[in-house]
Design a protein around this ligand. Structure first.
Ligand code: SF4
Length: 228
């Protein structure tokens, strides 16, 4: 269910001014999760009604809605929620961990999403660090294929934390998902709210490590972005 929303974001939806909606509930346990309070399903601090009232009022400013979490594809109300956004003619970006390929397929077929950003947490062999249920690995592989074979805009992205992943891990990850149009390396930044300080560390990841990965993966993707 909806937990809250950020009224305006210039960075969550590439090329668009967006409102970002947070959905609670997640089936992963990423040690660096910044939104760990959204892993359990929680009573929202703002409702769907609050969100649509806001969206209608700011239609002159907002171009799109970014739906993030938690893991939005676990929420049964997602499709209807998106339909209501689309009825108001906003673009929709969905952030996902890729564990519900059928939901992604359904949304893509229904032309309900314009952009998908899927997290690739690790090469397949290391996904266990992030999953609560190992069965999700198959689902994640299916989601990668569904997104790559779709006509919509997308990115794959990885949070880069050198305590969890090595340069060789990124090479293995790239061998798995490439070719793909866009791959983003997102720098791990320490925050008080992260799920597991011991595993993630309390230092931001060294930016030079991201640069080294980008150099190593050169040519494997249409473009490689570094997000600091
Ligand atoms: S970072 Fe991991 S645990 Fe946190 S919301 Fe995303 S997928 Fe879930």
């Amino acid at each position: 269910m909806i937990y809250d929303f950020m009224p305006v974001s210039f960075i969550d939806f590439p090329g668009k001014i967006a409102a970002t909606v947070f959905i609670s509930g997640c089936n992963f346990k990423c040690p660096y999760c910044h939104n760990s309070y959204l892993i359990p399903i929680r009573e929202g601090i703002r409702s769907e009604k609050d969100f649509f009232n806001y969206l209608k009022k700011r239609a002159n400013l907002i171009e799109g809605v970014c739906i993030t979490g938690g893991e939005p594809t676990l929420w049964r109300g997602l499709k209807n929620f998106i339909k209501n956004i689309k009825d108001l003619h906003f673009s929709v970006k969905l952030d996902t961990n890729g564990s519900r390929p059928q939901v992604l397929e359904d949304l893509i077929k229904g032309e309900l999403v314009d952009y998908i950003a899927m997290d690739i947490k690790a090469p397949i062999e290391k996904y266990g660090i992030f999953l609560k249920n190992k069965k999700d690995i198959d689902n994640i592989q299916k989601s990668v294929e569904i997104i790559k074979n779709s006509h919509i805009d997308y990115e794959f992205r990885t949070t880069v934390n050198d305590k969890l992943l090595t340069l060789e891990d990124f090479e293995a990850l790239a061998d798995w998902i490439s070719p793909a149009k866009r791959y983003a390396l997102q720098r791990y930044k320490y925050a008080e709210s992260i799920l597991d300080k011991e595993k993630s560390g309390i230092q931001d990841c060294d930016i030079n490590f991201l640069k080294k990965i980008k150099e190593k993966l050169n040519g494997k993707f249409g473009e490689i972005l570094i997000r600091e």
